[in-house]
Design a protein around this ligand. Structure first.
Ligand code: C3B
Length: 832
């Protein structure tokens, strides 16, 4: 601005002189800060504000501290210019931010104290926050856990995603039926994000591709038909025990003010504005079906919108310091979370070819060195496909590039495998047929240097089933990184009782950054003092959960009962139905028991929670069945406290934080070969809950760590499933199974017409998920759990050993593996 070096230096010195080095965190400074935010940010009088306003002021005060670290991290990383990983995901299930932030910043106690002085309680204010639910289930929560670990381990990383106006729907239960309500989570503002009006990019759609002469060469030029602006919203992600704070950048769609002078000149002013407003619909709503989005134009628009904005941002950052694109793979690793962001591959190709004018081979080589792809899918049929016509209409230039990639790939492939047309057509990126489709997974595999599964068995399934042809072609490309969860959120934030107990017995808090230390608990597993304290911590958590259940459902539950929990998305393969049928069986047994036998029954509180995709009929019937059965059981005087069944509505991250620590037993009972990993099990394990599980996904590895003798494992094994399915109708379901299904069919719980189609799925020839076959061993595992629970000493020992064996399942370990083996990045720790 016309200043010379000396003037600029003097100005900088003055600015720094005006600032404290860092914000102060003593109680008085925090109180003053909070009150200032009440007065100047929330604009309430500091003499009169309610809990919600206190929460708003408090969160702004915390946010100031986040921003401080976030700036420092950015400046430092920018200067160092290391290779960075960019984690692209269409879903992030962050949950609440407040408690997590103060814990990771290391200032929770200071805030609690400051608030006390002001007459508030931290926990009460924390309850004011709503969940950021920009995701469906496991895949989305995994993204959130990985961000926490990236920040904690000081990796130079960015998250990129979409800022949906409506997060995952709220589940309301009316007469036992699920209803969906919109989650307009931004209604009361969102203090955890920073709107970046100046960080915005134009994203283009539709139009045509034309050929033009450029320096004597024919080049393709895309003439787009629609332009939408992507505006950045930044969400700081603080690491624990470090000053690093990363950025999760989420894009929101806004109307563009470019290119539409014409519509303004037509005189139809109101319509012109209405049309522009439509642009915002792109980031309006998260698709609530977590497995299939096939053929939806809006979904494709969302994918491209987020990918295009992110890549423009990433390439701009690269170009700040570099001119030569050959250096791109040394500076940029792009991770695509499932196939949803796979258009990033094509977009990068387009940018390198059409905007940077690299030749095809160089562009392709660079692209393939940058991308890595993690798949979360187990079903070949569940892989994403996009109709060619749809893609060609929305992104004509991208379709050309996809065809070109495929043509070259097919030519190469023919050289290797010859004229095996079946195999060629299976591996082609384009699926031929009545409707031509782009197979997004094939595109992702062809253009990534590494493809990861999410557990050891998952890799096996990729090799045998999902990507068999590709694994045979490029065995060295396929790997797995077992998923993990962050112990910060899932123990420190959600289970403070257990957290302090662990730290006390290990004599250190270091396990919060180095979770392998949990193994140190093994030596105390039978220590009566630890056992007593351990049981007490569980009791307090059960009390909290029992109160929650009573408020929600009016059902009073006994703390002496075993709390048996299954919380996750409702899917047939996850077999909530098996659980409910097991509950019916238990109920039936109790009803038919003599009084003296009843005295031997281990009381149970069975808890089920989870959302069904709005269009998933069978899943919705499972929810209704759960309520119908609960109605019967919970009001039966013969049963009393021996058995209760409760459905927890609107399961989300913050509900999980309450439910998981309060559980004794948790169920992970998918038919073997259907759960790619499963991460809920890891959260329960860390919290000392025993697992009743099939040998599927990550439970196989959990067994290796804690020992099958400390779990209740049942069910058909992975390698038995194909033969069992083959047998079909000749597999006679056990009598007990037939009996409980008949009870449902015959209307014992009412709604017999409504449940008919659900019961039909259990007929022997249709029982794809093998509920009938697994029922007997399921009941045996349940009986074993009962026997173990009676011996409280033994049970507590198993519980301690579960936590002690949870070390491997920290997302810190997952991230270290990705960093080393997939992304090739090193930590970049800010020295102050
Ligand atoms: C899930 C899988 O179902 C889980 O087994 C796995 O633990 C997580 O991803 C994380 O890897 N998943 C999901 O939530 N949504 C999908 N569309 C596919 C898989």
């Amino acid at each position: 601005l016309g200043m010379d070096f000396g003037q600029r230096k003097a100005k900088a010195e003055k600015m720094f002189g005006l600032m404290d080095v860092f914000l102060k965190n003593d109680s008085v400074s925090l109180q003053k800060d909070i009150l200032d935010h009440v007065e100047y940010t929330v604009a309430r009088s500091r003499f009169s504000f309610d809990d919600f306003e206190a929460y708003q002021a408090l969160s702004h005060s915390i946010r100031d501290r986040l921003i401080e670290r976030w700036h420092d991290t950015h400046l430092y990383v920018k200067k160092q210019d290391p290779k960075r990983v960019y984690f692209l995901s269409l879903e992030f299930l962050m949950g609440r931010s407040m408690t997590n932030s103060v814990i990771n910043l290391g200032i929770r106690d200071q805030y609690a104290d400051a608030l006390n002085q002001l007459g508030f309680e931290f926990e009460v204010l924390a309850e004011q926050e709503g969940d950021a639910a920009l995701g469906n289930g496991g895949l989305a929560r995994l993204s959130a856990c990985l961000m926490d670990s990236l920040a904690t381990l000081d990796y130079p990383a960015w998250g990129y995603g979409l800022r949906y106006q409506y997060g995952l729907f709220r589940q309301i239960i009316l007469d036992g039926f699920q209803l969906e309500q919109p989650d307009y989570w931004l209604n009361f503002g969102n203090p955890w994000e920073i709107e970046r009006v100046h960080v915005s990019y134009s994203v283009k759609f539709y139009g045509t591709v034309e050929e033009e002469d450029l320096d004597g060469e024919r080049t393709k030029v895309w003439i787009p038909g629609e332009t939408v602006e992507a505006v950045a919203y930044d969400n700081p992600i603080p690491g624990y025990g470090t000053r690093s704070a990363l950025n999760l950048r989420l894009w929101a769609a806004k109307p563009s003010d470019k290119y539409d002078m014409e519509s303004y000149n037509t005189g139809d002013y109101i319509n012109a504005i209405m049309n522009r407003q439509k642009a915002e619909t792109i980031s309006n709503v998260l698709y609530p079906d977590d497995r299939s989005y096939q053929g939806k134009e809006l979904r494709l628009k969302q994918q491209y919108f987020f990918v295009s904005a992110s890549l423009q941002d990433i390439i701009r950052r690269f170009k700040d310091n570099h001119q030569n694109f050959d250096e791109l793979p040394d500076k940029v690793a792009l991770q695509i979370n499932d196939t949803h962001p796979a258009l990033a591959i094509v977009e990068l190709m387009r940018m390198l070819l059409d905007e940077e004018h690299l030749d095809w081979n160089r562009a392709f080589e660079i692209t393939c060195k940058i991308f890595s792809f993690t798949t979360h899918t187990v079903e070949p049929g569940g892989l994403e496909k996009v109709p060619v016509d749809l893609l060609g209409h929305l992104l004509p230039r991208h379709l050309q590039i996809i065809y070109e990639i495929n043509y070259k790939f097919m030519e190469e492939l023919k050289k290797i495998i010859g004229q095996d047309y079946d195999r060629l057509s299976r591996m082609s990126i384009i699926e031929e047929g009545a409707v031509k489709n782009v197979r997004v997974a094939n595109l992702s595999i062809v253009c990534s240097h590494t493809v990861n599964g999410v557990s050891k068995v998952h890799l096996q399934l990729l090799k045998e089933r999902v990507f068999k042809d590709f694994c045979e072609l490029w065995p060295q490309k396929f790997h797995y990184k077992t998923n993990g969860v962050t112990q910060r959120r899932w123990v420190v934030v959600s289970n403070p009782n257990l957290c302090s107990l662990i730290s006390k017995w290990l004599g250190t808090e270091s396990w919060i950054r180095n979770v392998d230390l949990l193994g140190g608990l093994r030596q105390y597993a039978t220590d009566p003092d630890l056992q007593r304290e351990w049981k007490m911590a569980k009791k307090v958590n059960k009390l909290r959960l029992a109160e929650y259940i009573e408020t929600l459902s009016g059902v009073k539950v006994s703390l002496d009962a075993m709390f048996d929990v299954q919380v996750k998305r409702i899917h047939e393969y996850k077999r909530q139905l098996l659980n409910i049928l097991g509950v019916i069986h238990r109920f039936d047994c109790i009803k038919n028991m003599s009084a003296s036998d009843k005295g031997k029954v281990v009381p149970r509180v069975c808890i089920i929670g989870g959302k069904a995709a709005p269009g998933y009929d069978i899943a919705k019937k499972i929810i209704k069945l759960c309520h119908a059965v609960a109605d019967k059981i919970n009001n039966d005087a013969d049963v009393g406290d021996l058995l209760k069944l409760v459905f927890i509505p609107d399961y989300n991250v913050s509900v999980a934080e309450l439910v998981i620590p309060g559980s004794d037993l948790s169920q992970h009972i998918s038919t073997a070969g259907h759960e790619a990993s499963g991460t809920g099990s890891m959260k329960f394990l860390m919290n000392g809950c025993l697992l009743l599980a099939t040998a599927d996904g990550s439970t196989v590895e959990i067994m290796e760590e804690v020992g099958a003798e400390n779990m209740f494992i049942f069910g058909a094994k992975l390698d038995e499933i194909p033969a069992l399915r083959e047998k079909g109708a000749s597999l006679k379901a056990p009598l007990q199974f037939a009996r409980v299904v008949r009870m449902v069919r015959d209307g014992y719980f009412g709604f017999e017409d409504y449940f008919k189609s659900l019961c039909d799925t259990l007929e022997e020839e249709k029982d794809f998920y093998l509920l009938g076959y697994d029922f007997t061993s399921y009941l045996e595992a349940q009986a074993a759990a009962d026997r173990a629970f009676v011996d409280q000493e033994k049970w507590t020992q198993m519980s301690i050993l579960s936590t002690a064996g949870a070390g491997k399942f920290s997302s810190d370990r997952t991230i270290e593996e990705y960093a080393k083996h997939t992304w090739g990045i090193e930590p970049c720790k800010c020295p102050f």
